[in-house]
Write a protein that binds this ligand. Structure first.
Ligand SMILES: Nc1ncnc2c1ncn2[C@@H]1O[C@H](COP(=O)(O)OP(=O)(O)O)[C@@H](O)[C@H]1O
Ligand SMILES: [Mg+2]
Length: 252
């Protein structure tokens, strides 16, 4: 069957069980001088397409480290990461960079926006690196900004935007690349309750609408009720793995 003939909700439903990222026996320590801190000791997990997975746990338990390993930003000491079937850390550096450019988007607590660029320019920038011509990039950027509810804000620079709006620009910048893998590290931690709620709702909707794997790591307990799946992490281990919504809700 041609996948384009399947209604979007059914595609999301089927894909909820499809593995987007598989981390196997991941180990990571940090060394500074003679002191070594072991963060992950053989952690394995799978992240599915079409859903928002939250890794929840206290500060310092290894969430950002795990996200960086799974997103191809930080090399594990041992273990493997397969993302979209590709063994990430077996790739040459250039190929890994290309993989990240084409297939991943990242959103961080601090937004990482350029002060001199308008919202539209921020979102268009990575599309240029992807090789899109400026007309196509502009259309895609406008579409992504519209999807995060910022159509009336595209000409503004970060100094004229609220924290929640800045984070939505950062999400649009990641989304405009149309990645299958979207990583968010503490995306709501710098935001007030209402803005944080909006951001997590947007991430949730993106996972379903675009059949994308959204992996969010956060110590913010407000996100727990908003995620399809919650992995509880402590001291570098996954202690619990809970799916929150019935499959039928996914298609509602
Ligand atoms: N670059 C680094 N060098 C040394 N230690 C680090 C580094 N990054 C993180 N750590 C340590 O590793 C542990 C896990 O950090 P992190 O993955 O950032 O946890 P979380 O995101 O859950 O707060 C913490 O004890 C932290 O201090
Ligand atoms: Mg962190």
């Amino acid at each position: 069957m041609n996948i384009s003939s399947i209604p979007p909700a059914q595609v999301a439903d089927r894909a909820a069980s499809a593995v987007a990222i598989r981390g196997t026996a991941l180990e990571k320590s940090y060394r500074s001088g003679k002191v070594s801190t072991t963060v992950l000791r053989g952690l394995s997990l799978e992240i599915g397409l079409g859903e928002l997975t939250l890794v929840s746990g206290p500060s310092g338990c290894g969430k950002s480290t795990l996200l960086s390993l799974l997103g191809g930003l930080l090399q594990p000491d041992a273990g493997r990461v397969h993302a979209l079937g590709v063994d990430l850390w077996a790739l040459a550096a250039r190929d890994l960079e290309r993989f990240r450019l084409e297939h991943t988007g990242f959103v961080f607590q601090g937004f990482n926006l350029f002060g001199a660029l308008s919202a539209l320019e921020q979102v268009m920038l990575p599309l240029g690196y992807l090789g899109l011509d400026s007309g196509t990039a502009r259309l895609r950027a406008e579409e992504a900004l519209s999807e995060v509810g910022l159509s009336d804000r595209i000409a503004l620079r970060p100094s004229a935007l609220s924290g929640g709006e800045k984070q939505r620009v950062a999400i649009a910048r990641a989304l405009a690349k149309q990645p299958q893998l979207l990583f968010a590290d503490e995306p709501t931690s710098a935001l007030d309750a209402a803005s944080g709620q909006r951001v997590i709702e947007i991430l949730h909707r993106i996972a379903r609408r675009h059949n994308c794997a959204v992996l969010c790591v956060s110590h913010d307990p407000r996100l727990i009720g908003q995620s399809d799946r919650v992995l509880q992490m402590e001291d570098g281990c996954i202690l619990a793995d809970r799916r929150q919504f019935e499959q039928k809700e996914l298609t509602a």
